[in-house]
Design a protein around this ligand. Structure first.
Ligand code: GTP
Length: 305
């Protein structure tokens, strides 16, 4: 029988108002998968907002919010729509099945549940979901450094810009450029240049701690960081920390006119986006600030005027 790879146990959320049903499903699945439980539709949605499961087994008939409504809401939300939902149904009427498909079901299992059918259905959908996750991660990662690529960054920026436009939060942007990188390549070779970019990317990523901060490779030797809900003082402080963190890597750069090690220049811009605003304005401001940092001698951070 096929199995999931040992390094990734699928996370299955079982939603049922009857504890006895949860116990039964848990008994079938717990050996192979990580199983969580919710006893109402509301609880299931709450769970998915925090720690997203890879698959949901959902009872149709529940007091309060029923399974169909839970599924509809999950499918309407960008964040949860990719989670496959398998309904556990008592009914066998075509209309009931159609209602589940319309709500966004990936599949069904009928009560009384046949443990082997349940296990195999869960496994098939989980394998598919985890493969899709892996493909998506590859499509959105920069091939050299492993941080987000520009596509993911631009998509996330547009979404964050709209979200901050609604919430009134400030959104900060850092444009980061490795100083005199052409000379680095010329002196140490392209392979060493690649290694240097990898180390810089990793240091930037390790330094940004908040879950919504995002670092991306924006172009050749240019990186961008997006810091939601961060004001000017906060963004400048982080930019300065990043500058020091890269200096602390102490990567020798004998041909740099700035220092004997690799340094970065950082342009910082912060906006409180208007609801109909354009994220290009934020990028433009950060770019101008980066230009100033370069112009004023490199190895420094500058805030957009
Ligand atoms: N090794 C390596 N080099 C790259 C990569 N992408 C861009 N570069 C190099 O980065 C250098 C960027 O050079 P410039 O744009 O002139 O800027 P700079 O030398 O960093 O000078 P300033 O930005 O003004 O400090 C070019 O030589 C590119 O070939 C890459 O993926 N790997």
């Amino acid at each position: 029988m096929p199995k999931l790879s040992p390094e990734r146990r699928g996370r299955v959320l079982v939603v049922d108002d009857q504890p006895i049903n949860i116990r039964m499903l848990h008994a079938v699945l717990a050996e192979e998968f990580e199983v969580f439980a919710a006893t109402s539709g509301e609880q299931a949605l709450e769970f998915c907002r925090g720690n997203k499961p890879d698959l949901i087994l959902l009872d149709v008939v529940m007091p309060g919010m029923d399974g169909l409504e839970v599924c509809r809401r999950l499918k309407q939300d960008q964040d949860t729509r990719a989670i496959p939902v398998i309904f556990v149904t008592a009914g066998t009427l075509a209309e009931e099945e159609n209602a589940c498909w319309s709500a966004g079901a990936a599949d069904f299992v009928s009560k009384p549940v046949n443990p082997l059918t349940l296990r195999n259905r869960v496994l098939a959908h989980l394998q598919f979901k985890l493969h899709m996750d892996a493909l998506q991660a590859m499509a959105f990662a920069d091939g050299l450094t492993g941080v987000a690529n520009r596509r993911l960054f631009d998509d996330t920026l547009n979404a964050e810009f709209r979200r901050c436009g609604r919430s009134g939060e400030p959104l900060a942007m850092l444009m980061i450029d490795v100083d005199c990188f052409k000379r680095y390549n010329d002196r140490y070779g392209h392979q060493a240049g690649d290694d240097c970019l990898k180390r810089v990317a990793l240091a930037l990523k390790e330094h940004l701690k908040r879950p919504y901060d995002l670092v991306a490779r924006y172009g050749g030797e240019e990186f961008a960081c997006m810091l939601p809900d961060t004001d000017e003082a906060g963004a400048l402080a982080i930019a300065e920390e990043l500058r020091l963190a890269i200096a602390a890597l102490a990567i020798a750069h004998a041909d740099s006119p700035v220092a004997d090690h690799v340094t970065i220049s950082v342009g910082v811009a912060v906006l409180r986006p208007a609801p109909d605003g354009d994220s290009a304005a934020l990028l433009g401001l950060a770019d101008q600030a980066l230009y100033r940092a370069k112009h004023e001698g490199r190895d420094r951070c500058r805030l957009a005027a």
